[in-house]
Design a protein around this ligand. Sequence first.
Ligand SMILES: Cc1cc2nc3c(=O)[nH]c(=O)nc-3n(C[C@H](O)[C@H](O)[C@H](O)COP(=O)(O)OP(=O)(O)OC[C@H]3O[C@@H](n4cnc5c(N)ncnc54)[C@H](O)[C@@H]3O)c2cc1C
Length: 323
Amino acid sequence: MPRAGTPWGLFAVIGSWQQAHESGGGAPRYERPADLDAALRRLAEGGWTPLAGGTDLYPAHVGRAVRESLLDLSRLDALRGVRPFGRAEAAGWHIGALTTWSELARAPLERSLAALRQAAREVGGVQIQNQATIGGNLCNASPAADGVPALLALDARVELASVRGRRELPLDAFVLGNRRTAIAPDELLTAVMVPRRSPRARSRFVKLGSRRYLVVSIVMAAAGVDVDENDCVSRCAVAVGACSAAAVRLPAVEAAMSGVPRAALAARLDALSPAEAFAPLAPIDDVRGTAAYRRHAAIELVRRILAELASDEAVGVELGGAR
Ligand SMILES: Cc1cc2nc3c(=O)[nH]c(=O)nc-3n(C[C@H](O)[C@H](O)[C@H](O)COP(=O)(O)OP(=O)(O)OC[C@H]3O[C@@H](n4cnc5c(N)ncnc54)[C@H](O)[C@@H]3O)c2cc1C
């Protein structure tokens, strides 16, 4: 069902228009195209800023006018929702860029995508989850964006569209740094694609903040693990967020888990040198925590999710619980 348009968009632009005229500047524009082609044609003109849920864009303007011309995406229903695509090895889930975190938390995703559902439940609070989109989270590219490590651990790809055509990128080639992505000014992020895994695959996401909800992550970690018929690890992906300019995978940890019995995941981590295993992290000191605390917390979070992935019971409890 189509959602109502972004109510903030029009009001913010009217306020900005008045301020721009009072100061003699050009008036920002507001448009709400009816379909993707119309939106891409507008973007190709230049000078438009896409607006999805507005939960990153508007807070970034607190105390100052929105001077950009806003292209409100809220009528683009083709960019909403979760559906399966492809077959066999090439199968996966296609998640429209305008899918909200609430919609994702309710989507009938299989066990291997639990990390994404867990991340969806951790973004802000329920009101934010009802408005904020997965595409906005990735395009905003905050180092603390909860969606990024969860999707990295799931080997997600993004789909970008412009009047020039469509292209796909792995997520780690899309999010390049703090508020930096590979998107071109005339492109929209249209979808996130996540591959299907075997029924034995599992994933987890965990976030450390200074309180339970409505909190910017101090550190978050995610892992995805698949096992063979002997319950030994055939694929392991581990990602950490808020400990570098963009969330990163930990290749040394992943390689060390190959072939390890699932029950021994956490023990194998404990046998690694933390300096080597966590070398890609470059945490900073800020108001939420020191670099040393972040590094320590990252190691502990990864250890905990690997221990949970080793235990069917823990994963089952999480998936069984409704919220
Ligand atoms: C109170 C509060 C709490 C929050 N808590 C969290 C949290 O716990 N974890 C977390 O990760 N985030 C949090 N956020 C940030 C925000 O809610 C999320 O990042 C959200 O997913 C952003 O989505 P949006 O649709 O609102 O993006 P918008 O604000 O609409 O857009 C964000 C940026 O992406 C661009 N953009 C959006 N969609 C597209 C698209 N399809 N193609 C191209 N460009 C696009 C916009 O131009 C803008 O630059 C919080 C925000 C608030 C206000």
